[in-house]
Design a protein around this ligand. Structure first.
Ligand SMILES: [Zn+2]
Ligand SMILES: [Zn+2]
Length: 300
C-alpha cells in the first residue's frame, strides 16, 4: 500500500447550444439535462471526499465554466452556506452555482440576440470545450500537492451532431488527452457521433447514445459514474464499432479514399498541385499506368 492520495477529477461538458434539435423541440430538455448533470456531479463528489469536479457549458459562440465559479477560488472550498433541508453544504453549493451560472449565460444570450449582435445558429464548440477542459486539468495537475495522484476524465453530454468542420481540432484534443492520460467519455442525446467515438476509442473512454432521454440520469450513473479501472468488472453496453474515416482538409467531409500529402500528411479528396497546408508543390500525376494484361497460360 502506498500512502499516495488519489484524486479523481471529473470535468463535465454540457452542450447548452439552443440550436440542438432536442432543445428546439422541447425547451425543458435543457432543464432536465441540467438536473441530471447536477445529480450526477453530486454523486461523483459523494463517492470520495477527495473527488473533484468541474462543469463547462459549451455554446455556439463560447465555452464557459459553470463550476467552479470563475472568481479565482478553486471551487472545493465551500463558502459558508446555510444548510438547506439537511443537504450537505457542498451539494447545495454545486447546485446553486451551476443553476446561477447557466441562468446568467442564457440571460446574456437573450440580451445579445435582442441587441442584434448574435445569432442562435451554429455548431457547438465541443472541440474547444474539450481543449479548455484539458488546460484546466493540466493546470490542476501542475498545482497538485506532492504525494497526490490525479486521475482525470472528461464527460461530454451533447445533443448536437459532430461536424467535420472541427475535424482537426477534434484530432488535436483527442491525441492531447491520450498523451495526458485523460479519459474521454461521450454521452450522446440525439445522433450517432462518429468523430467523438474515435476520441473515446483513442483515450479508452466510453461512448453511449442514450436511447431514451427520460432515463438520462440513470444512464449517467450506470455507465459514466464508475472510474475507468472499475468499468472492466461491470456489465456495460457493448462497445460500438468505430468509424475511422478521416475528413478531407479542403471540404471537411468524411471520405473513404483520398490523396495524402507525403510531407505533412494532410488529406484531400481531390488532387491539388500545391498542398494547402505546407505549400509543397507536386508534379501533376500522369494518367494511371495501365496494368499489363494478365498473361494467360495456355493449357494445351
Ligand atoms: Zn475535400
Ligand atoms: Zn502538405
Amino acid at each position: 500500500m502506498s500512502d499516495e492520495i488519489e484524486v479523481s477529477l471529473l470535468v463535465v461538458i454540457l452542450d447548452t447550444n439552443p440550436s440542438q434539435r432536442i432543445i428546439r423541440e422541447d425547451v425543458h430538455v435543457l432543464t432536465q439535462g441540467m438536473e441530471s448533470v447536477i445529480a450526477f456531479a453530486n454523486s461523483h463528489l459523494m463517492l470520495k471526499s477527495t473527488n473533484r469536479l468541474a462543469v463547462l457549458a459549451c455554446h455556439a459562440r463560447s465555452t464557459q465554466f459553470l463550476f467552479p465559479p470563475v472568481d479565482g477560488s478553486s471551487g472545493q472550498q465551500v463558502p459558508t452556506l446555510r444548510q438547506l433541508d439537511g443537504q450537505y453544504e457542498l451539494f447545495t453549493y454545486v447546485e446553486k452555482t451551476l443553476r446561477q451560472n447557466l441562468q446568467q449565460m442564457v440571460v446574456r444570450d437573450v440580451e445579445k440576440i435582442k441587441a442584434g449582435n448574435a445569432e442562435l445558429s451554429g455548431d457547438s464548440l465541443i472541440a474547444g470545450a474539450i481543449a479548455m477542459a484539458l488546460c484546466y486539468i493540466h493546470r490542476l495537475d501542475q498545482e497538485k500537492a506532492t504525494g497526490t495522484k490525479m486521475n482525470s476524465r472528461i464527460l461530454v453530454v451533447t445533443g448536437s451532431g459532430d461536424s467535420a468542420s472541427q475535424y482537426m481540432n477534434f484530432m488535436n484534443v483527442f491525441f492531447t488527452a491520450q498523451k495526458q492520460n485523460v479519459v474521454l467519455d461521450v454521452c450522446s442525446l440525439d445522433k450517432e457521433l462518429g468523430l467523438l467515438q474515435q476520441g473515446c476509442d483513442i483515450t479508452g473512454g466510453l461512448y453511449l447514445r442514450v436511447p431514451q432521454l427520460q432515463g438520462l440520469l440513470q444512464y449517467l450513473l450506470w455507465v459514466f459514474l464508475p472510474e475507468p479501472p472499475i468499468r472492466g468488472k461491470l456489465v456495460l453496453p457493448p462497445p460500438v464499432k468505430v468509424d475511422y474515416r478521416a475528413a478531407c482538409f479542403c471540404h471537411r467531409e468524411l471520405i473513404d479514399i483520398g490523396f495524402v500529402c507525403s510531407v505533412c500528411l494532410s488529406i484531400f479528396c481531390k488532387f491539388s498541385p500545391i498542398c494547402t497546408t505546407c505549400h509543397t508543390v507536386f508534379k501533376s500525376p500522369g494518367p494511371l499506368p495501365l496494368k499489363g494484361k494478365k498473361k494467360k497460360i495456355k493449357l494445351t
